[in-house]
Unconditional design. Structure first.
Length: 454
């Protein structure tokens, strides 16, 4: 009895000490709650490395330029969305006004381009305070970058900046344009809610690097369906939106809301992604046994006629022409993954990326920066002469000279649609072929640094 009494007293003392430790360490609880999104999702993530984003390997000079552009876009967005909205029938054009009072009234018109009403707009604009941002629901936002997925090289080189507002789940998209040293932001999609192909409103769960968002037709993109790929996103913005200033119990509820999927659905998507990766590995294994011109020939065939939409029988016939062995079951898996709306047509650019896989956004950003060194005007076409000026090949043979290696590199593009010129899509697909051969990101980056000085 004495022994049992002593053990009971020791257990009570240990429980009291544990309670005191828990009460004295609220920061640890906060840390656990702050990291619970990652830990709870980690068991159901796909077995692939995390994409670092399109700006992962940029130089310090490129980072400073990008920071400057992002600051201009932020100011333009806050200016557009915080001004009072005028009625459509009261809007007047600057050149139609003669009275000075009407001229100053134009300062309240939203979304006017710079220079349309003189410098008065920027001089007399009200200072944006936190109250202005809170009133418009702009204080809780997530910034992310986008790139168009298209068969047009010019569209693929456009820089898009987007903002997601958690207050109403709306999105606004801007495009940055550079003329000389002047950078300006043009609104591509106005602020409102946008839905996916399945009709679901985009939320925080859809904002991750590598995710493809579907947007409707607009003036900047006169297509039936515009595909925009998320290339970079701020993790700190996501944590701020998900957690906010709330208690730990409320945080868990918000995490469940942001996940938005049942465990079974997540596991099913994981299995589907793994199956597609196995199919891609089989196709890439066949292509790596052939010259790189085989892949470029396939891309030329798919992207001809402006990258039209293809039927299933047309794609199967094209694969047989290029001697790519793909079973009917594997082809049906790819087709169902791309044609979820069951239209009977699939975009050629998406099919090519799903067939052979895509480079990570970090590698795509490196290839893109190498191209922009040759093509700062973003025409999506460069001449062989320009390539000879910038390309610095790695000499593998002691007898081969640098000039011979450059000409050997250019021979890969002789079957292209343009004579003595290379398009951005050819350049991108060529490096996608090389990327499939090299798994290590650091070795691929070293190759790009040596070859293109990026």
């Amino acid at each position: 009895a004495v022994v049992s009494t002593q053990s009971t007293g020791e257990e009570e003392e240990e429980e009291e000490e544990n309670e005191e430790k828990q009460s004295d360490s609220p920061q640890e609880d906060e840390k656990v709650a702050g990291d619970s999104v990652t830990s709870r999702c980690g068991d159901y993530e796909e077995d692939e490395p995390r994409d670092l984003g399109i700006f992962a390997f940029e130089t310090e000079e490129d980072r400073l330029k990008r920071t400057r552009v992002e600051k201009i876009i932020d100011e333009q967005m806050e200016h557009d969305l915080t001004l009072p909205q005028s009625e459509p029938d009261t809007l007047q054009t600057p050149w139609a006004t003669t009275d000075r009072s009407d001229f100053y009234a134009l300062k309240e018109i939203p979304r006017l381009r710079r220079g349309q009403i003189g410098s008065h707009l920027h001089v007399t604009s009200p200072e944006l305070t936190l109250s202005h941002l809170e009133k418009r629901g702009l204080e809780s936002r997530i910034r992310f970058s986008l790139r168009p997925i298209s068969s047009s090289g010019k569209d693929c080189l456009r820089d898009l900046h987007a903002f997601f507002f958690s207050s109403d789940q709306s999105i606004v998209v801007y495009e940055s344009k550079t003329i000389g040293k002047r950078v300006s932001g043009v609104q591509v999609y106005p602020r409102k809610r946008y839905t996916s192909a399945e009709g679901e409103v985009y939320g925080v769960r859809d904002l991750k690097i590598g995710e493809t968002l579907v947007f409707p037709r607009c003036i900047a993109f006169p297509l039936d369906r515009v595909l925009l790929r998320v290339t970079d996103i701020s993790d700190s913005d996501i944590l701020a939106v998900v957690h906010g200033d709330c208690r730990i119990d409320e945080r868990k509820a918000r995490e469940d809301e942001c996940l938005g999927m049942e465990k079974t659905e997540i596991i099913q998507k994981k299995r589907q992604a793994r199956l597609i990766r196995e199919i891609q590995g089989s196709v890439v294994g066949q292509l790596l046994k052939r010259p790189v011109r085989s892949l470029l020939g396939l891309s030329h065939a798919l992207l001809r006629d402006g990258g039209k939409a293809w039927r299933a029988d047309e794609l199967q016939s094209l694969l047989r022409t290029f001697r790519i062995d793909l079973s009917s079951a594997d082809f049906l898996t790819l087709w169902r993954d791309l044609d979820r709306s069951e239209t009977g047509l699939v975009d050629s650019t998406l099919f090519l990326s799903r067939l052979i896989g895509e480079m990570s956004e970090a590698r795509t950003g490196t290839v893109r920066r190498a191209w922009l060194r040759m093509d700062p005007a973003r025409t999506a076409v460069v001449s062989y002469t320009t390539v000879r000026q910038f390309y610095n090949p790695i000499l593998t043979d002691d007898e081969a000279t640098k000039a011979e290696m450059v000409e050997e590199f250019l021979e890969n593009f002789t079957a292209g649609p343009l004579d003595q010129r290379i398009t951005y899509m050819e350049f991108l697909h060529y490096h996608a072929y090389l990327s499939a051969e090299e798994v290590d990101d650091q070795l691929f980056l070293a190759f790009m640094q040596h070859s293109w000085n990026v």
